[in-house]
Design a binder for this molecule. Structure first.
Ligand code: CU
Length: 758
């Protein structure tokens, strides 16, 4: 299935496939709402609506990117399936991300396998964002907010219907990257039993940047130079499978899901390594019940991840050449490996993640609801890099050995309506986070700085126990039929991650491997880190027509973070690259995680309005504008990867089966960059996307063009371009300049998608 021709043939075949099975209306017993807020308030989520998810499915294989239109959400660039969401300037591990109720953790020193990368866009049933002020029942060990992602709830036959057979098959093709994918879902169900299989595949070649990307660095070298406009290391391939069974009856639901994900490769334009294998196996058991007193939900899950990194094709060839060996395109410069012969750089990560959750929702009265819950999570991580010759010899390097991170939490939350005009939410959560890591070893324990660092790390007391308290208060006041005002206050605490606390080696190459920021710098852990504590105040003023068809919402916010885990240039006393780096800008640098004081503020504005209902359809307008600002209060420096002023404007059109949109995305220049990290500034730009879809009863066809004018641009959070050439050092190698090029955004892409409901 490699030529565009074959791919289009399959699309047509899917489109022509006649629906063979009868469609039954969905009976939704699966989504027993135990968490989340019944009524609107500052702590209520922004849900990505189903029509947005449907419209974006053929346009992206990256589930996080479905959040692109949520006010205040931006995305750190990463591999093509794995961008990292940021909520109001706080990203990655600072966000609690729940995928079908599981707290997934990226098991990789580059966070290449973040939570949402385990969910294909075709299997998204619900996607909601709690920003900043988050109910304690969905928070914990996070300071930015919570993203709740769920697969569709199990379907059952209606009473008297007997059984149902249902399914969906979809396929898409995107011209940029020659990307192709398909998905399949099939359900058989009776009134009390349901079994569902879902599967999805996605693959893409390297993307092409917009016109005028001419910074490709490796021209003039033999054999393997990329075309000038190609974004090196942006290709990927993934496969997802999930089988779910569910039983229901008498207000009870029991559900079991097994999932398997295999990513044979996903290359990284802003990391020095590529993901050349990621396998996840997961089991997720759930009980949900409705009782006279309220609702009860219990869940237990286990997740196992095996992750492997080395150089993909766009990096390996040059690594081989620059290592002094024969520059074979297959990347095998010499053998056997030894002190003077290096063959790539294998890196392994393995994790197991086990969780148990119990939550109860108690209806105290018509007006009062109490939620109580307890959670336990046990996380184990090993990160080791086998000897591969040269300076990576003769031992296996232990980056995090026998890492442990365990969480135990309890919470209680009250939601009330003390007066018809007031809705209030108040909650408290206590969480104990224990982390530990075993002794480490370097590739060679006898060479500086390992000869000092290994004994020091192994002798240190490495177990840490944090007692973290979260509290949330939110209130909404319905001032009139057209005006709601709400106010939220929250204290949220996050304990350091294993890579923040326990990475230890100050040699340059090892530090460059520890980086989930995409900035190309090297990072070093810090055993002295304490949890970061965020205090947030936000307000929302919501003007709307009485029917809420027109709406204008303004949300200013302010967050002060005590002990914010930032990074500063590592002190020379730590040896290695910390001792030899010179101050200043214009280059990659070596940093250590350090607790600092930070503040963030900003404003999110969103609105929508119907424009006109005409003979040729209904027209509407919607848009968002976001501004954020973040500062390290100790150094005065800007925080890293803060999205500059940006706005989106969307003109929508509906008529019969048509649903169309014209989108404009406008992004200001990013000038407020982190000097500490030598963050690369980016220019402002505007992009236009066109989307059209037509739905029949059982068939939907999507056709669109992203980046209609093929505009060259660098997304402000896209990171530093490391997509080709030798990436193992901070210095230019050969003709590869390294520092100073931002990862370009994708050029024009025409996409077509077909979905058939069976
Ligand atoms: Cu990785």
């Amino acid at each position: 299935m490699n030529s565009p021709h074959q791919r289009l043939s399959l699309l047509i075949a899917v489109a022509l496939a006649s629906p063979a099975m009868a469609q039954s209306p969905e009976v939704d017993l699966g989504r027993v709402e135990v968490t989340g807020v019944r009524d609107a308030s500052s702590a209520s989520p922004h849900t990505v609506d189903a029509s947005t998810v449907k419209a974006l499915r053929p346009a992206t294989s990256d589930t996080a990117s479905l959040l692109r239109n949520v006010p205040g959400v931006s995305l750190y660039g990463a591999g093509g399936l794995s961008s990292l969401p940021s909520i109001r300037g706080l990203a990655d591990d600072r966000i609690r991300i729940k995928v079908d109720g599981m707290d997934l953790i990226a098991a990789c020193p580059n966070h290449m396998n973040p939570a949402l990368s385990y969910l294909d866009p075709s299997n998204v049933g619900r996607l909601a964002v709690f920003a900043g002020v988050t109910p304690v029942s969905v928070g914990g060990d996070s300071i930015a907010g919570t993203i709740v992602a769920e697969t569709p709830p199990p379907r059952f036959a209606r009473p008297g219907e007997g059984s149902l057979l249902a399914g969906e098959i979809g396929a898409y093709y995107r011209s940029n990257g020659n990307a192709f994918g398909g998905n399949l879902a099939a359900t058989y169900a009776t009134e009390s039993f349901s079994i569902t299989y879902t599967g999805a595949t996605a693959e893409s070649d390297n993307l092409r940047a917009g016109r005028d990307f001419k910074t490709s660095a490796v021209t003039g070298r033999p054999g393997h130079a990329l075309p000038l406009d190609e974004i090196g290391s942006s290709a990927y391939e993934s496969r997802n499978h999930e089988l779910g069974i569910a039983f229901t009856g008498g207000g009870h639901l029991v559900e079991a899901k097994v999932g398997y994900q295999d990513i044979p490769f996903e290359l990284w334009p802003n990391q020095r390594m590529d993901m050349l294998g990621n396998e996840q196996r997961r089991l997720n058991l759930r009980y949900a019940g409705k009782f006279a007193w309220g609702a009860l939900e219990a869940r237990a899950w286990r997740e196992e991840v095996e992750h492997f990194m080395d150089f993909g094709a766009d990096k390996r060839y040059w690594y081989a050449a620059d290592s002094g060996g024969p520059a074979a395109p297959d990347g095998t410069p010499c053998s056997p490996i030894g002190p003077t012969c290096a063959a790539g750089m294998p890196m392994n990560t393995q994790s197991t993640n086990t969780g148990v959750v119990v939550k109860g929702s108690i209806d105290l009265s018509e007006r009062d609801l109490v939620r109580v819950g307890a959670e336990y999570q046990r996380y184990r991580l090993d990160d080791w890099w086998p000897a591969s010759g040269g300076g990576m010899w003769p031992n296996t390097f232990r980056n995090v050995n026998d890492g442990k991170r365990d969480r135990t939490a309890v919470y209680a939350e009250w939601e009330g309506r003390p007066d018809p005009r007031w809705t209030t939410l108040a909650g408290v959560r206590y969480e104990r986070v224990t982390t530990d890591a075993g002794p480490v070893q370097a590739y060679n324990n006898n060479v500086a700085p390992a000869n000092v660092l290994v004994p020091a790390f192994n002798a240190a007391d490495r177990k840490r126990t944090d007692d973290n308290w979260d509290a949330t208060f939110a209130a909404r006041y319905a001032a009139s039929a057209t005006l709601d005002v709400d106010l939220g206050l929250a204290r949220k605490v996050r304990s350091p991650g294993l890579y923040e606390r326990y990475t230890w080696m100050s040699r340059g190459m090892e530090m460059l491997m520890v980086n989930w920021f995409g900035d190309g710098n090297g990072y070093l852990g810090n055993l002295g880190l304490v949890p970061e504590k965020a205090h947030t105040v936000s307000a929302t003023i919501d003007w709307h027509s009485p029917d809420r068809e027109s709406r204008f919402e303004v949300t200013p916010y302010y967050t002060r973070v005590t002990d914010y885990i930032d990074a500063l240039r590592c002190p020379p006393s730590l040896g290695g690259a910390c001792a030899t780096q010179t101050p200043g800008g214009g280059k990659f640098v070596y940093l250590q995680f350090v607790n600092q004081s930070a503040r963030l503020y900003g404003i999110d504005v969103s609105g929508r309005a119907p424009l006109a209902a005409t003979a040729i359809g209904e027209f509407g307008l919607s848009g968002t504008v976001s501004y954020a600002n973040g500062t390290n209060r100790d150094t005065g420096d800007n925080l890293y990867n803060i999205m500059p002023l940006n706005g989106k404007l969307m003109l929508t059109h509906r008529h019969g089966g048509w649903e169309n949109a014209l989108e404009a995305v406008m992004v200001a220049a990013k000038d407020d960059v982190s000097a500490e990290r030598n963050e690369v500034a980016t220019a402002g730009y505007a992009l236009v996307h066109l989307r059209a879809s037509y739905s029949w009863t059982k068939v939907r066809v999507d056709l669109g063009v992203e980046n209609l004018f093929d505009t060259f641009h660098a997304p402000p959070l896209g990171g530093a371009y490391l997509g080709q050439g030798t990436t193992m050092t901070t210095s230019p190698v050969g003709s590869v300049p390294l520092w100073g090029t931002a990862v370009p955004g994708a050029g024009r892409s025409i996409y077509v998608g077909v979905k058939v409901t069976l």
